[in-house]
Design a protein around this ligand. Structure first.
Ligand code: HSE
Length: 396
């Protein structure tokens, strides 16, 4: 079956490489990219004109690996409306426009598939949609961004600077075109939105989810966490609060040694799904990079080929922003580092605080469960205390 690949970057070139190498029944007829690739072995397939793909009825499956919303949304919409299946690795597109695109796919009796949009090479979209369907999902906690996990691992294990670690992540093709999306948590946020829509049934837009990145993490915090065998990781959390509401947040979190996520390092991602029938199920693998991500894309294309005349029922409903709780009102344990405070005053404000050992004069401790608003209010009652860090303790 003929496919077209739109976008010949890290993922798109990996997709073409796998399809060319493996006898899977897929043939790449077009590669759409505005750039030139002199000497590339696929020279005869390049086009700069999207209409070559749109108007060619022999192209049944279109693979979108351009990233971003423009022109991806326009191109993908037109392909679906023209009766072509579309496979994408583009999490921004799915998180922002997924509802419109799955609706358009349904109306045109074609498939819109996006396994590679979360967790790179890890199968998670299909398992969540099909294999775990018998469950009410209680929670999802995940390390969802390979670049930040790689950077944090290098900082923790090799004392490497943030900038040097980011450069290696970029050289390896892990980072987004603008790595701000990685380090400020936007990429992980898009992914937890997609997982939330699948798990809880309504579209979740990134603008409604609180999102913090890793740029404010200090090496002191890494060292204090290490003193109790814990590490700091960027975690996406989505939790059914049992009152019809959801708690969804992306932020750095202290991951205790006993957590299933504690040993997930480098570019690896992991998604821990807690279902009411299964309890915890862990999905683990490379969350970014050329071939791992291309693996998920090509599998989707094969699924489209095998279901050419019947749809894969991946669907969710419109957003209900009122379902998302105010993240500041959810009780959680917090890691807190203060300058200029004394322990007695901290104990008076935070009953049951567990103090951590570190090499600085700051005082760091883990609080009992409090809301973020309460934690900040308590800190403000401690005389001379300057708040240096306030980091959630992971809920898994
Ligand atoms: N920039 C992303 C990451 C790519 O580092 O996880 C995979 O989605």
């Amino acid at each position: 079956m003929n496919v077209a690949v739109m976008g010949y970057g890290t993922v798109g070139s990996g997709v073409v490489e796998i399809i060319n190498k493996r006898d899977l029944g897929l043939d790449v007829k077009y590669i759409l990219d505005l750039r030139d690739f002199p000497g590339d072995e696929n020279a005869s397939k390049f086009t700069k004109d999207f209409n070559d793909i749109l108007t060619d009825d022999t192209v049944k499956i279109v693979i979108e690996t351009m990233g971003g919303q423009t022109p991806a949304f326009d191109f993908v919409s037109k392909c679906l409306a023209a009766g072509k299946h579309v496979v994408t690795s583009n999490k921004e597109l799915v998180a922002e426009k997924g509802l419109e695109l799955i609706t358009l796919a349904k109306e045109n009796n074609v498939n819109f598939m996006f396994e590679a949009s979360v967790g790179g090479g890890i199968p998670i979209i299909r398992p969540l949609t099909f294999c775990l369907k018998a469950n009410n999902i209680r929670s999802i906690n995940g390390i969802l961004n390979g670049t930040t996990n790689f950077i944090l691992t290098k900082m923790i294990r090799e004392n490497m600077s943030f900038a040097d670690a980011l450069k290696i992540a970029q050289d390896n093709g892990y980072a987004e075109k603008d790595p701000t999306a990685d380090v400020e948590g936007h990429d992980a946020c898009r992914k937890i939105c997609i997982l939330s829509a699948l798990a809880f049934g309504n579209h979740v837009y990134p603008k409604n989810v609180h999102c913090e990145g890793i740029t404010k993490i200090a090496l002191e915090d890494v060292a204090y966490a290490a003193s109790i065998g814990a590490s700091i990781k960027l975690i996406g959390t989505a939790e059914d609060r049992g009152n019809g509401q959801l708690y969804i947040v992306v932020s750095p979190a202290i991951v205790m040694a006993e957590s299933q996520l504690s040993s997930v390092s480098d570019v690896f991602n992991a998604v821990l799904v807690n279902g009411d029938a299964t309890d915890e199920v862990l999905f683990f693998g490379k969350g970014a990079g050329k071939l791992p991500t291309a693996s998920a894309v090509v599998a989707d294309a094969l699924d489209c080929m095998e279901h050419d005349n019947n749809r894969r029922p991946i669907f969710w409903g419109p957003e209900k922003p009122e379902l998302i709780m105010d993240y500041q009102e959810i009780p959680n344990k917090y890691y807190i580092r203060l300058k200029g405070a004394d322990k007695d005053a901290i104990c008076a404000a935070f009953a049951g605080a567990t103090f951590l050992e570190g090499a600085t004069d700051d005082i760091a401790f883990i609080s009992n469960e409090v809301t973020e608003n309460e934690a900040r209010a308590k800190v403000s009652t401690i005389s001379n205390a300057e708040l240096c860090s306030l980091i959630r303790v992971a809920r898994c």
